[in-house]
Design a protein around this ligand. Structure first.
Ligand SMILES: Cc1ncc(COP(=O)(O)O)c(C=O)c1O
Length: 328
């Protein structure tokens, strides 16, 4: 079995190609605290605390073949992140869905990356900064054509990753990683560290050497036919949840528990999962080619292909009705 060339299909198959849209939405569409704009004209006020203090939570759902994937799961995770950070979405769930669908329709993207956030907003009058009720939280969203973290070529040969030596993932008692947040500096600097080591992506551990997650993605490994992924220190990724379901479907035993970095180095197969890329096979970790053989492992390939084929069949999808105009 070979890796499905999902990127190629999404760009070229008529069932996936972009539908007609106004030229100003070529790069995407956005919603800025109540106003729809094209992406090129979307701007955040500088003193919004989301910008100055990373005081926000967000979520990302993808669209493929015109289906939003697991929309309800993303909305629930977002609501939960708002609660954890004492933020309030000014829009109801139904209104949030309407905004997101309007943006997708404006951009005409059957393959889309759909991002939204609630920020704390501005510092309240009287500098009442210790009272969460004193802030007017703000909602922002944008939609752009879908982009893979790793393209067809990379997923076909597997990516080469580095376990960061310089950074650990920010500890859960500092920022709760189960609430999708703007604290990306550890992740971002570990990517630059990976580039310096001539690797393509990074993976971060906690202070005790247990795996947490990778920039924008969760980490999985397979050893002796058993699938392992960390149970804590990471975002509960929707692609992670999907992968656990797919693994069950193909009869893979699952271990969701603390996973030491040594287990990754000695794994037969490994992969990352993300809304921005699905299942992304790993070829090597710190120069060690997993399973002693270059390329994606057989089980990883199976999970990768199942992920996309099921999605394109509409599995857990919400169809975007491109025939009905946006209600903007
Ligand atoms: C830090 C982090 N971990 C994991 C993930 C993967 O989550 P999901 O599968 O829901 O995209 C993301 C997604 O952006 C992320 O930012």
């Amino acid at each position: 079995m070979t890796i499905i060339q999902a990127d190629h299909i999404m760009l070229n198959d008529p069932a996936h190609t972009r539908v007609a849209h106004a030229p100003e939405y070529a790069h995407g569409s956005a919603f800025i605290h109540g106003t729809y704009v094209d992406l090129d004209n979307a701007a955040i006020p500088m003193s919004d605390l989301g910008f100055t203090q990373a005081d926000a939570c967000y979520d990302v759902v993808s669209v493929s073949k015109g289906y939003l994937f697991r929309l309800e799961d993303h909305l629930e995770r977002f609501e939960s992140a708002c609660r954890k950070f004492q933020l309030t979405n000014p829009y109801s769930k139904a209104e949030t869905v309407e905004i997101l669908e309007n943006l997708i329709k404006q951009a005409g993207t059957k393959e889309a990356y759909v991002w939204w956030a609630v920020t704390r907003g501005f510092m309240p009058d009287g500098n009442d900064r210790i009272n969460p009720q004193a802030y007017e939280n703000r909602f922002y969203a944008f939609v752009v054509p879908y982009v893979f973290i790793s393209d067809d070529e990379q997923r076909s040969r597997g990516i080469d990753v580095l376990v960061s030596k310089l950074f650990i993932r920010i500890p859960p008692k500092a920022v709760d990683p189960t609430a999708k947040n703007f604290h990306w500096m550890d992740l971002k600097l570990s990517l630059f560290e990976a580039q310096k080591a001539q690797k393509e992506w990074s993976v971060l551990c906690d202070a005790d050497g247990y795996l947490t997650e990778a920039p924008g993605s969760n980490i999985f490994l397979i050893k002796d036919g058993v699938l392992f992924t960390p149970d804590s220190g990471c975002l509960e990724g929707i692609t992670r949840k999907t992968t656990l379901e797919l693994a069950k479907e193909i009869g893979l035993p699952l271990h969701v528990e603390r996973v030491h970095v040594e287990q990754l180095l000695n794994a037969d197969e490994a992969f990352l999962t993300s809304t921005a890329g699905g299942v992304m096979p790993i070829n090597s970790v710190d120069d060690r080619v997993l399973g002693g053989k270059a390329g994606p492992g057989a089980l990883t390939t199976q999970l990768h292909n199942l992920y996309w084929t099921k999605r394109w069949d509409g599995w857990l999808g919400t169809a975007v009705d491109f025939d009905t105009p946006a209600t903007v």
